[in-house]
Ligand binder design. Structure first.
Ligand code: 5GP
Ligand code: MN
Length: 315
């Protein structure tokens, strides 16, 4: 099938869901799907399920309708975006058990789940790019274009990462022609930081450590620091990218203690190392150059466990 329309035969109700800690691509692809259905299939009732996201994403049309708690309702079709694995769906996770048809758009090399339809292109820049390909460009409204554009901007690091292709740029050009306020989206949702975010970044950089002749950089925030600053997970977005920007670094690791002894770990690689393979060793997943997992123990347990695998690639 080549268009979303073809998955909608006989469908009256749709649930749309992304992953836990939704990032720009997750929010962008979910909201673009929602807006495309709203604009072109008004007879279909669609609900979007997303957990807490950055307030900067609030400019996206229709985002005020997003549900953070599951409604007591059955759906004909569940559309999943950017999720990587079923255990990361969060609030709408139980819908995978009770919804007859599941359509998943993704770009995670580690997504090997079973769905009615899995459209997964690990070469694509973003889930937003994948779902865009299944839309009729003439039926994409300016508001829907804004959501897709934001998704692409976030997962490409503003068209910087190696996942950016000529096709990505052509899609972005088409969205620009629809009038998206591209400079505002890039500035306000990607580059702009709150002063709290800058403080957390500064503290992490100050206390970061480098190993293997500087090829590995590790930054961390402990539970007590996060509580001290009153920070939430989205306040730590982007710290791992800044660590990776350090000259000579091949792999950057950022971890924060989300509850005592449990760390959310983000891994980024510059050129050589496949960090998705390392994340998978610890039950996580992601992409070759950007992956994540959850690990237990102290900061030093996590570092020891990771360096065991990273040593092979970095020494
Ligand atoms: P981040 O470090 O920004 O949380 O995630 C980087 C990439 O890895 C994203 O594409 C994200 O979906 C994926 N990822 C992060 N954490 C996990 C995890 O615990 N499990 C899986 N399967 N993927 C993850
Ligand atoms: Mn993504």
């Amino acid at each position: 099938m080549s268009r979303i329309d073809e998955f909608l035969n006989g469908v009256r109700t749709v649930a749309i869901a992304g992953h836990v800690n939704p990032d720009g691509d997750c929010v962008g692809s979910c909201m673009a799907t929602y807006l495309y259905l709203r604009d072109n299939f008004p007879e279909i009732e669609a609900d979007v399920y997303l957990e807490h996201f950055k307030p900067e994403f609030r400019f996206i049309e229709g985002i005020g309708n997003v549900k953070s708690r599951l409604l007591d309702k059955d759906y004909d079709l569940l559309i999943l975006l950017d999720i990587s694995s079923k255990d990361r769906i969060g609030v709408a996770g139980s819908l995978t058990e009770k919804t007859g048809k599941i359509l998943c758009f993704d770009h995670h090399v580690t997504n090997r789940e079973q769905y009615t339809w899995l459209i997964n292109d690990p070469q694509a820049s973003s889930a937003s790019e994948v779902v865009y390909r299944y839309m009729d460009p003439d039926k994409i409204s300016e508001k829907c274009a804004e959501a897709i554009y934001m998704g692409i901007v976030h997962d490409t690091g503003v068209f910087q990462y190696s996942c950016t292709s000529p096709e990505t740029m052509r899609i972005a050009a088409g969205l620009m022609e629809k009038g998206v306020p591209f400079n505002r989206i890039i500035d306000k949702t990607f580059y702009q930081k709150t002063s709290l975010q800058n403080q957390l970044l500064a503290r992490t950089l100050m206390e970061s450590i480098q190993l293997f002749g500087g090829k590995l950089i590790i930054g961390y925030l402990k539970n007590r620091d996060i509580s001290f600053y009153g920070a939430v997970s989205t306040d730590m977005d982007g710290i791992v990218s800044q660590l990776r920007n350090t000259a000579g670094v091949e792999v950057a690791v950022f971890m924060y203690e989300k509850e005592p002894g449990v760390f959310k770990v983000s891994l980024r690689s510059s050129e050589k190392v496949d960090v998705s393979a390392i994340a998978q060793k610890f039950g996580g997943g992601g992409h070759v150059r950007a992956a994540g997992c959850v690990m237990q123990g102290s900061v030093y347990d996590v570092i020891n466990n990771l360096t065991l695998y990273l040593e092979r690639d970095l020494v």
